[in-house]
Design a protein around this ligand. Structure first.
Ligand code: SAH
Length: 260
């Protein structure tokens, strides 16, 4: 095994051709930082038709993946001691950036992709975690699996050109990222904020922190009211620094932080 191994159990291995065209992820493959091993469920199907699915007991629409082929392919995968198995399901815990960060310290992730109406309940015990990528239903677990491969790979050392680009970005510290600009200075009458071209790094830092906070408050205030966020010393500092700004913006209505 070299680098980080993703072992994916899927009925549609071709769907993963996408990762050969995804910039940073493709480079990580080329540099052998990751390996994506596709395990075609069909090859483990039963009988001459390689059957992998069947009608649900009790009736109802659609087909359900049978347990035996999934068990067979799962058992054929060599597991490292630092491995976790994730089952893709809209019934799982909704994926968060901190999950990707947590898994990035492993060296193998096995991902089981469902299809059709889902899978036989008895495969759930293979999974360490059941993961949903959001509160909607897709036709298969392949796009969720690619989402995880993509999000996790960019956290691995050596993957991004500049590791600093991870530090400030959205969801890393419960705050969304501040607004970003590149050239030209003026575009369709919209000018880059003066402060960003001032060269004053301290002020730029503080402006960005405030904008991050403002943005999060406007778009995702649910992230701010998170208990952990309130407790961390770093976030307390940010909150203090945003004090004046917050008073101006929302007056007395915002009472989540009584110590202000
Ligand atoms: N009938 C099932 C959904 C089946 S969708 C139910 O109601 O729970 C078919 C497969 O697509 C699932 O088994 C799962 O692997 C995948 N899938 C669909 N939506 C998903 C989501 N939001 N997150 C992760 N996997 C999903």
């Amino acid at each position: 095994m070299s680098g980080f191994n993703f072992d994916v159990i899927t009925l549609f291995p071709k769907a993963f051709e996408l990762i050969n065209n995804l910039g940073v992820i493709t480079r990580a493959l080329d540099k052998n930082l990751i390996d994506v091993n596709l395990h075609d469920l069909r090859e483990y199907g039963e009988g001459s038709y390689r059957q992998v699915d069947d009608k649900p007991y009790g009736g109802g629409a659609g087909m359900v993946l049978k347990p035996e082929p999934i068990y067979k392919v799962y058992e054929s995968i060599i597991k490292s001691p630092k491995s976790k198995t994730l089952l893709m399901t809209p019934q799982g815990k909704v994926l968060k950036q901190k999950d990707l960060a947590r898994w990035s310290t492993l060296d193998q992730i096995i991902i089981i992709c469902g299809q059709y109406e889902g899978f036989d309940e008895r495969i759930r015990c293979l999974a360490d975690e059941e993961i949903s990528i959001g509160d909607y239903v897709l036709s298969g677990g392949e796009i969720p699996a690619i989402t995880i491969i993509n999000g996790l790979t960019r956290l691995l050392p050596g993957t991004l050109g500049d590791p600093d680009s991870l530090a400030d970005e959205s969801h890393n510290s419960s705050l969304l990222e501040y607004p970003q600009y590149t050239r030209p200075l003026t575009f369709k009458d919209m000018k880059v904020p003066d402060i960003l071209v001032s060269g004053n790094h301290e002020e730029i830092k503080s402006w960005r922190r405030k904008k991050s906070f403002e943005r999060t408050l406007e778009r995702r205030s649910d992230l701010i009211s998170n208990e952990n966020y309130k407790k961390s010393p770093q976030s307390k500092r940010i909150i203090k620094e945003s004090n004046q700004f917050m008073k101006f913006r929302i007056g007395n209505e915002f009472d989540v932080y009584p110590d202000w």
